[in-house]
Design a binder for this molecule. Sequence first.
Ligand code: SAM
Length: 326
Amino acid sequence: MEGSEGHTPVLIEEVCKLLDVHSGEVVLDATVGMGGHALRLGQMCGTGGRLIGLDRDPDALRVAGERLAGLACRVELRQADFRDAQGILAELGVEQVNVVLADLGVNSAQLADAERGFSFREDGPLDMRLDPTAKTTAADLVNRLSEKELGDVIYFNAQEPASRRIARRIYEARRSGRVLTTGRLAHLVCEALGVNPDSRRSKIHPATRTFLALRMAVNDEMGSLDRLLQALPGMLAPGARVGLISFHSTEDRRIKRDFLKRRSEGLYRVVTKKPVVASDDERRSNPRSRSAKLRVALREPAEGKLPGGVEDVEDAEDRDALDELD
Ligand SMILES: C[S@@+](CC[C@H](N)C(=O)[O-])C[C@H]1O[C@@H](n2cnc3c(N)ncnc32)[C@H](O)[C@@H]1O
């Protein structure tokens, strides 16, 4: 696994401004990864502050541990799914936190390691588990699901328009042997779409959505996100800030709807009317940032000014547009 120096945290300045960590506060980084965001948030909470970092991947936690070792605040890292965050906080004797960040998806080291099976760019085992001790791999799903189930996974998780054709091609290919590698799967997707991946015009690889959909299914990513969203109000102190960074529309829609629902229940104030996206400079220097969307909410009752001088959605002139948050 590569060291933390190869990893650039997305939207880092925007995260720091909007999450506005104060000295002595308790911060939960639910996806600590290689500790990029956590390092800055930990510096902000300072001596007397507490930084709790979760990740499903023990390799990521090792890198984060080294990177965060010099922080003045108390640092506690746990291998866990963030769906269990509330239980972990209880074990640590923490009742409420002041800041939560979740930067969803996979980190750059996971993508770069062919053995983890997340990427179609290099051949490797069809694995895709964030937690390497989890039972089900992508190969298990690809070889076990019915054609219809495969098509549903690919369509509903990633809105792949050619999901049925792809599922059929995989299903047919299984007759002559199990599909066990990322290279083989990527090849089958290209065959299903009738494209040659080497001569393709689009910058997006034809297998992108299929790989995303399978990764989401292997790790039950939507299930984890839903459980986190459900638990968050009970974990946040009054005035606490929660920032969620997503990388595709299925996730972003879930987050947007949850924030609006919580707002109507009087639990949240929505800070970001539109999702915050990367600047042109960041998009150029860090391609992963191109699809990142950050949404931030405050736990009510929240007094005073919003972090970073941001205007509350409710106070914005176009109040009526609230239900149509982008
Ligand atoms: C985009 S990376 C986070 C990068 C991190 N913010 C940084 O600056 O280094 C996402 C991380 O979340 C972890 N992850 C994804 N889903 C998770 C879940 N449900 N629970 C805990 N960790 C998760 C992945 O293993 C990965 O390390």
